[in-house]
Design a protein around this ligand. Structure first.
Ligand code: ADP
Ligand code: 5GP
Length: 204
């Protein structure tokens, strides 16, 4: 099969929880309702207020998740903050069958597994300007308990360490000013050649 042109290669978005990945994606899908398709993952975490089954996630029990995993339904899976998450082959296939660019929002264990497949995506890391801003955003979102915020921030440090390894991502976008970050993200999603931002030190 011929390789997909850049604007149709899957786009893997990763970055610490609370950095603004969903916010950027929501804007993109609102601006381009027909160009992109979100890879709706399966998760065992509880829905947040406003989340709908089949839209942000397929919300499943641990038993169902493990059954699907055993059947080989997933391209990759991860355990994150006490819950399972996974990308099914079916969800990616359905997006691609519509001729849309498939966008995955996944964490670092998933990125490592995707690298061992033939999906051949473009990897884009969304970085916070600094770690204090990340904590503020996670708290301001109001969806996590204090314990969950602490857990997610500890995981964020690992995500950042992984992102510092050379060659892991094709490019970095620093989500400092949302409008600026969105303009850059939009260019990437549309397959335009952009050099992206420099990864901040993130050692504060
Ligand atoms: P993620 O999907 O990466 O976990 P969200 O998109 O849910 O993160 O964003 C986390 C919180 O940060 C939300 O309340 C969102 O409104 C806010 N946010 C997103 N981008 C910015 C930004 N550039 N500056 C300040 N707050 C932001
Ligand atoms: P949240 O609970 O905040 O929606 O997501 C927590 C983390 O799980 C985020 O970093 C998100 O990118 C990641 N995630 C969501 N779906 C998947 C998935 O299918 N696979 C992997 N590996 N990570 C996922």
């Amino acid at each position: 099969m011929a390789p997909l042109p850049d604007f149709l290669r899957p786009l893997v978005l990763s970055g610490p929880s609370g950095v603004g990945k969903s916010t950027l994606l929501q804007r993109l899908f609102a601006e381009f309702p027909d160009k992109f398709g979100f890879s709706v993952s399966h998760t065992t975490r509880a829905p947040r207020p406003g989340e709908e089954d089949g839209k942000q996630y397929f919300f499943v029990t641990r038993e169902k998740f493990l059954e699907l995993r055993k059947e080989g339904a997933f391209i990759e899976t991860a355990e994150f903050s006490g819950n399972f998450y996974g990308t099914s082959f079916q969800t990616v296939r359905e997006v691609q069958d519509k001729g849309r660019r498939c966008i995955l929002d996944i964490e670092a264990q998933g990125v490592r597994q995707i690298k061992a497949t033939n999906l051949n995506p473009i990897y884009c890391f969304i970085s916070p300007p600094n770690l204090a801003a990340l904590r503020d955003r996670l708290q301001a979102r109001g969806t996590e308990t204090e314990a969950s915020v602490t857990k997610r921030l500890a995981t964020a440090l690992k995500e950042v360490e992984y992102a510092k390894e050379p060659g892991v991502h094709n490019l970095v976008i620093v989500n400092d000013d949302l409008n600026r970050a969105y303009q850059l993200f939009k260019q990437v999603a549309l397959g335009e050649e952009v050099s992206g931002d420099k990864l901040p030190p993130l050692d504060d």
